[in-house]
Ligand binder design. Structure first.
Ligand code: SF4
Length: 304
């Protein structure tokens, strides 16, 4: 049986609030009760791509050759397989996503986007990023130096908005030839809503005093050796104060124990559907209907 108590998170992130606003019940099951959930090859492949592209960009700044950068891309398989082996050892199921195709292709393969798919396309994605970075440098884009002296690669922020702590990592911060600042997020799967980039703009401003002008996503692509940049968003044109309110409202909802289910076609791919009462999950009777919420800062317990 699951203990009928959850602990309030000490901080929020884009990922956490995105889960909460997508389905409150999923947030409760995954981040409240911390029910073990399956993961996807895509999630783990994406993490390995992020780690290797970060190392490559740092090496490029130190003048590492293009050939050496491509050699680093070959480290993908080892990192990816090691992570999958660790998860399997922990008993966590790793599932393929994408489409079932006769042959390997960008959208899937004989067993969708499984281990083999990622071993094939992971290094290719990294290769596209290497080419994209080269093209951006040729256009005069530079990795920015943040006000605290660190380079604009995987820049962490930790800020407080009206009592709500918000943390995150910005994949890349670029200084463009006209002096403007662009925040870039690298995606190996679907592009997120603009709200993710706006969150990073708030983080950059509040933590570093560096105001972003633009936000953009980069994704690998089947029809370009450079991958693709999306249409950049003009940060100044967006209501950042409303975004800050979104985080405050999520915090209030979690504290008040508001965890509404959002039943939709997305439930079929939900990693905790077995534990979800709203879709009559087989394991849902093991999840407490009533529970307490502990605020670790004040020690206060609220019954829900
Ligand atoms: S199955 Fe649907 S309603 Fe239930 S937690 Fe998952 S996404 Fe939410």
């Amino acid at each position: 049986m699951i203990e009928p108590q959850i602990t309030l998170p000490s901080r929020l992130s884009w990922s956490s609030v995105s889960t909460y606003s997508g389905c409150g019940q999923k947030w409760l099951l995954t981040r409240g009760f911390k029910i073990p959930q399956a993961t996807w090859f895509a999630t783990e492949g994406g993490k390995a791509v992020h780690e290797i592209t970060e190392a490559i960009d740092r090496a490029a700044l130190e003048g590492e050759s293009l050939q050496a950068q491509y050699q680093m891309a070959h480290g993908f398989g080892r990192k990816f397989l090691q992570r999958i082996a660790e998860l399997e050892l922990e008993g966590i199921e790793v599932k393929p996503s994408g489409r079932k195709l006769k042959e390997l292709g960008w959208t899937g393969g004989p067993n969708k986007k499984d281990r083999d798919w990622w071993l094939h396309y992971g290094p290719e994605m990294i290769g596209q990023w290497i080419e994209q970075s080269l093209a951006l440098r040729a256009k005069g884009w530079k990795i920015a130096t943040m006000p605290d002296g660190q380079m604009g690669i995987e820049v962490g922020f930790d800020i407080t908005i009206e009592g709500v702590r918000l943390v995150g990592y910005i994949d890349r911060v670029y200084l463009l030839p006209d002096g403007s600042v662009l925040l870039l997020d690298l995606k190996t799967g679907a592009v997120s809503p603009d709200l993710q980039l706006l969150t990073y703009a708030v983080g950059s401003d509040a933590h570093y005093g560096l105001s972003a002008d633009w936000g953009d996503f980069w994704t690998p692509s089947s029809d370009s050796p450079y991958g693709k940049l999306t249409q950049p968003i003009d940060v100044a044109q967006r209501p950042l104060q409303r975004l800050e309110k979104m985080y405050q409202q999520a915090d209030r909802g979690i504290r008040a124990g508001v965890f509404l289910p959002s039943v939709s076609s997305m439930c079929a791919g939900c990693t905790v559907k077995e534990a979800c009462w709203a879709v009559n999950g087989e394991e849902s009777s093991k999840v407490p209907q009533t529970f307490t919420i502990l605020d670790p800062q004040s020690g206060e317990l609220v019954s829900v």
